[in-house]
Write a protein that binds this ligand. Structure first.
Ligand code: SF4
Length: 367
């Protein structure tokens, strides 16, 4: 049924008048995974380009935050909890020092992977005599349950090292730059389910570019590609929701209330990109007692903002901005592979380099 639906969208796309070149950006690791693993690039008409953009929260997590987490694990005797794919993200330190949370664990740090924010509660309750730091990095979909946890009330020994990011300001930053690098946007379905599809209306209203919200299934993505092409053809860009079964106007009011009550909106650093206004979350004053940045201030090193960009030779900064495809990095598949990642885009399941590699290498993802 779904395959038939996908075929129908594909034939509709093929019958549309198209410009010789049309670049559609996605900002969601799940979208890029479906596109690459589903071979969508290979079935679309020539000239339609699908560009992965800033859709990986682990890839853009500031190096200084990862470094701070490593130092907390090593110097403060805390139990350091982080989502699994954060453990292998490399930082720029001399070879003699642990360059990831995984290496910090090898060096004696108590670093533990967790799959959901609620696990942090369990670990803190099971270890009341020890400080527990939850390194919480992610986009809105991850931040909403973290906010709910804070509002519920944390045990005294549980602290949050927050590295939450909002997706639309990164797209606004790209569109405000000299070279946006895309002609239409496919907006992330799950972020829109939380925040509401309206967050993406600015793409059409302020920048005159087509935009459509999509889910992860190929038929939803193809419907969104069709939508943005049709908007372009008609010369009437407007936000379209191609994932209405999950994405409702206004998003999820409960989740949004939690985010508002737990966090302030702040400018935030994105690894490889720099500071983006209004793109980050910070714990509100009411949660200062659980804010790892305040409770362990000795381990925040602002100098790392200069030292801590992408590793030497790694083009992740260009990959996350959609300036190049993963295989255009000269280290892709040679010095940099999932077993020996050089940059964060090859570490995370949401990273474009990792996704392209897992899809069967550059030729398969790009075909
Ligand atoms: S292939 Fe590796 S080194 Fe190159 S951009 Fe991707 S993660 Fe960075």
């Amino acid at each position: 049924m779904a395959a038939g639906e996908a075929r129908q969208w594909l034939s509709r796309i093929r019958t549309l008048d198209r410009p010789a070149r049309f670049r559609i950006m996605n900002v969601c690791g799940g979208h890029e995974r479906s596109i690459s693993h589903g071979g969508l690039r290979s079935v679309l008409p020539e000239g339609l380009e699908l560009i992965p953009g800033p859709g990986c929260p682990v890839c853009v997590c500031p190096e200084e935050d990862v470094y701070q987490a490593i130092r907390l694990a090593l110097d403060e005797g805390v139990i350091l909890l982080a989502f699994g794919d954060m453990l292998r993200v490399p930082v720029n330190v001399p070879r003699s020092e642990p360059r990831s949370l995984e290496a910090a664990r090898g060096a004696g740090g108590d670093v533990r992977p967790l799959a959901s924010p609620r696990e942090a509660l369990r670990v803190a309750r099971e270890n009341p005599e020890r400080p527990v730091v939850f390194f919480a990095a992610g986009f809105e979909t991850t931040m909403a349950p973290v906010a709910a946890l804070l509002l519920e009330g944390l045990p005294d020994n549980l602290f949050v090292l927050l590295s939450g990011r909002r997706t639309w300001p990164a797209v606004a930053m790209l569109l405000g730059s000299d070279e946006a690098g895309f002609d239409a946007l496919v907006a992330p379905g799950h972020v829109s389910a939380v925040m509401g599809p309206e967050e993406w209306a600015f793409v059409a209203e302020e920048h005159g570019l087509p935009v459509a919200v999509a889910g992860f299934e190929p038929e939803s993505l193809l419907a969104a590609f069709h939508s943005v092409l049709r908007q372009h053809q008609a010369g009437r860009p407007a936000l379209d929701n191609c994932y209405p079964q999950v994405v409702r106007p206004g998003g999820n009011p409960t989740a949004r209330r939690c985010l508002d009550r737990a966090f302030e909106i702040t400018a935030a650093n994105w690894r490889g990109i720099g500071a983006i206004p209004d793109s980050g979350y910070a714990l509100r004053e009411a949660f200062a007692a659980h804010d790892a940045r305040r409770q362990f201030p000795n381990h925040h090193d602002p100098a790392r903002r200069r030292a801590g960009e992408m590793p030497p030779g790694c083009d992740c900064a260009k990959v996350v901005l959609g300036r190049i495809y993963p295989d255009q990095c000269r280290l892709f598949g040679s010095a940099c592979r999932p077993r020996h990642p050089v940059g964060p885009c090859m570490v995370s399941d949401e990273g474009a380099c990792r996704i392209w590699w897992a899809a069967g290498g550059a030729s398969a993802a790009r075909a």
